[in-house]
Design a protein around this ligand. Sequence first.
Ligand SMILES: [Zn+2]
Ligand SMILES: [Zn+2]
Length: 184
Amino acid sequence: MFADDTESVLQAAAALVNTEPEASHSGADELSRVEDVAAFYAGRSYSGALARSDEELAAVRGLRTELRRFFTESRDDAAAHVNSVLEDARALPRLVKHDGYDWHLHAVPNDAPFERRILVETAMAVSDLVRADELGRLKECAAEDCTAVLVDLSRNRSKRFCDVGNCGNRTNVSAYRARRALGA
Ligand SMILES: [Zn+2]
Ligand SMILES: [Zn+2]
């Protein structure tokens, strides 16, 4: 549906936002140590180096609020947001191939700080969704008590619950209990 790198970058952004204590499965901040940044990086398609420093940790932690906006703002706001990110970073799109990934776009050099690479790659991916009028695929979990975000890659745009908690089941069970309580 979308390019592989668009999907993987958006999934990575969602995973990063979902490390926030109010969204995480554990209820703890899951990005509190330098090793947490390294673990996040390791499972993803980013290229370039990590600083593995406290400054980098703080910058990546601080990025989460801005990334969350992509999941909640309107299409027009997202377009303006993408433009401001690309302008601030002086983004210069180039086609690159690395680590077994086929040709895809990068817009900042590999030696740019990790948080800037995450933000600009996310903005580029969001620009794909805005152009295709598919921004609605970036969602907040539909469970009442959950603020995790998700990327809905389902064919019919039907994914409503995050993968963080057990939100789909939990919501079904409480709806079932409510119906039974009413019936009893
Ligand atoms: Zn890449
Ligand atoms: Zn959820």
